[in-house]
Design a protein around this ligand. Structure first.
Ligand SMILES: Nc1ncnc2c1ncn2[C@@H]1O[C@H](COP(=O)(O)OP(=O)(O)OP(=O)(O)O)[C@@H](O)[C@H]1O
Length: 266
């Protein structure tokens, strides 16, 4: 793979929803994403920060190919994803994985952790029973869970451990990029830092691209190489943590920074 081509690139993406009673091009259209340019490459963590409702989750869904766009282009490894054939779309699905906010709802409560982790491999026709089981133990080790977790059901482990399972599942297909949508918001404060550290370590050891989405600007600062500030469906500011924190160029960023508790207060 060419190293300098982003894994995913979005060009002028719009996602508009018609809401109840609305007509096309009427004021009753919600512009969830409204002209976003964005890219993520291997080896970098890009933070997306903004208030509830600004379009972060919609953007995340576009990045993982789960959300149809109203207009704009999604490029996967430099080529228009919509023009790829079935194998290319499958490759997109393998290459960009997602970790959702709440592992309690993201993991099937009726499947053992072993089966949750082998499921993506089965869906993609990878390996046999023996090699898939071996992969389960490798994944558990990578995310810091004991081998004995394989036989447990999701509700038999703690919230932090469930999120580790969700991260292991995201890693099952050896992705290039993980999109983590508020991955620590549903967790006890006491385990948030551990999950953040795990994501940071994985990004480094596996040279992953990471898109880290949060409403919490301090968490985004801690984890990100590059930060995109989102407001009302648009990226209004983009830069390194230093640029965004020390010299914010947009009023909205200044408002977000003013509203956020400092690390000393946390
Ligand atoms: N399917 C839909 N139909 C109508 N409106 C939608 C739909 N999905 C999202 N929206 C609206 O689009 C806007 C952006 O939503 P989105 O969930 O992407 O924001 P967010 O920043 O992730 O918010 P949160 O942090 O609360 O999840 C919101 O106004 C939301 O109500």
């Amino acid at each position: 793979m060419e190293t300098n081509v982003p894994v995913v690139e979005l060009r002028d993406i719009h996602v508009h929803h018609r809401v109840r009673g609305g007509k096309l091009f009427s004021p009753n259209i919600v512009r969830a994403v409204n002209g976003v340019n964005f890219s993520v490459s291997r080896g970098e963590t890009v933070g997306i920060v903004g208030e509830s409702g600004c379009g972060k989750s919609t953007l995340a869904s576009v990045l993982v190919g789960l959300q149809e766009t109203t207009s704009g282009t999604v490029l996967f490894r430099g080529k228009d994803a919509s023009k790829r054939n079935a194998a290319g779309r499958k490759e997109f699905g393998r290459s960009v994985a997602v970790v959702f906010q709440d592992p309690s709802t993201a993991l099937n409560p009726r499947m053992s952790i072993h089966d949750i982790l082998t499921d993506p491999l089965k869906v993609h026709g990878i390996g046999n029973d023996a090699s898939r089981s071996a992969k389960v133990y490798e994944l558990l080790s990578v995310v810091g869970l004991p081998a004995s977790a394989a036989s447990a059901m999701p509700n038999q482990v703690s919230g932090g451990q469930r999120q580790r399972v969700a991260i292991a599942r995201a890693l099952a297909l050896d992705p290039d990029v993980i999109v983590a949508d508020e991955p620590t918001s549903a967790l006890d404060v006491s385990v948030r830092a551990q999950v953040l550290n795990l994501l940071t370590d994985l990004k480094t050891t596996l040279n992953l691209g990471m898109v880290f989405i949060s409403h919490d600007i301090q968490t985004v600062r801690y984890i990100s190489d590059r930060i995109c500030v989102m407001n009302a469906g648009q990226i209004v500011e983009e830069g390194t943590a230093e640029q965004v924190f020390d010299a914010p160029s947009h009023d909205y960023t200044r408002t977000l920074l003013g509203a956020a508790p400092t690390l000393l207060q946390l």
